[in-house]
Design a protein around this ligand. Sequence first.
Ligand code: ATP
Length: 378
Amino acid sequence: MSQLRPASSDQPWAVPEEEPIVRIDNVTKAFGSTYAVDEISLNIHRGEFFSLLGASGCGKTTLLRMLGGFETPTSGRIYIDGQDVTDVPPYLRPINMMFQSYALFPHMSVAQNIAFGLKEDKMPTPQLRERVREMLALVQIEKLADRKPHQLSGGQRQRVALARALAKHPKILLLDEPLGALDKKLREHTQFELVNIQERLGITFIIVTHDQEEAMTMSSRIALMNNGRIEQVDTPRRMYEFPATRYAANFIGSVNLFHGHVVSQENDMVLIHSEESGTDLLVHDSQPLSAGMEVTVAVRPEKVSVREAKSDEPNNLSGVIKEIAYLGDVSIYHVELPTGKRVQFTQSNVQALAEQPLTWGQEVCLAWNAHSCGVLTQ
Ligand code: ATP
């Protein structure tokens, strides 16, 4: 999975004395008996590209709307730049929101759409013209300034909405599924542009998305939500490599999960007996675990490799290839173990076509390293 953000980006969340730009303190939002957001606490830092990620109905839009001031929390407080804004209306918050529908004014030109908020603020004309020009250049639509929204493609409308949302130089930009209306190729291209623009301006972006690849690609950090609560807040890399829960492991990417119980733990090496894998599993994990504890071992398909022969060591198993999905750059193989459990592994298709590929019905020996898997207790 690719990531557009340079690995060297600052990590302000790791600095304890750094004051977050957004502090969500124990916020709940109930609609009748539905708890859309359930006691969430979260800090977001200056200059972050922060994603609220989760399945439909998990509460991410409600949380974003509370940040924008379009919903009021049932309980809890929201602070922006140290100020309690829980009861402050949207137009008085140093925030702007880009709606999923883009909500452009159909009767106004592109330039007029971008200028709208500046006019409302009574910005002097020369300064306003300069700001509109700057925004048109930022999103590279100078040539479209006089067109009306219905004369634009979906991608161009998205740029106008972004330019309009950024025109007032908000401290924070909230984006609700900003790429939802674009096709796959354009989405990928626009992800790249959004990250570039955000880094250039240094504005904090908070984005709602249900698309895990999009969140992984663009974000400094991701909050994975489930049922109104937060499962995990982490960098994309840590979220993928060290999921905190079974839900997180399953939501981000593909994963093989083996249920079992702890036999022993010595020098951070955990031995786990797993009936369904048909072998013992060895995992490098430093969290304290006790013998007999029920756990799940998580192994990503790309960490599983094919071996010449099966060994009796832990993390070695064999089975029969039942399904193959050829995706061009990689193939995904589904292997059935003698226990009936299915295991997925991937192989990149680097070999020439003439080489003998793995086929359906073939018996294969699989193994992985103790450092390439993790123990989940929740
Ligand atoms: P999606 O990706 O489908 O937009 P979401 O994660 O953004 O989903 P929310 O829109 O925040 O989810 O909704 C969370 C829960 O709150 C859902 O069960 C939804 O039905 C409920 N909900 C949201 N808004 C309202 C409302 N105005 N009145 C009643 N229930 C609501």
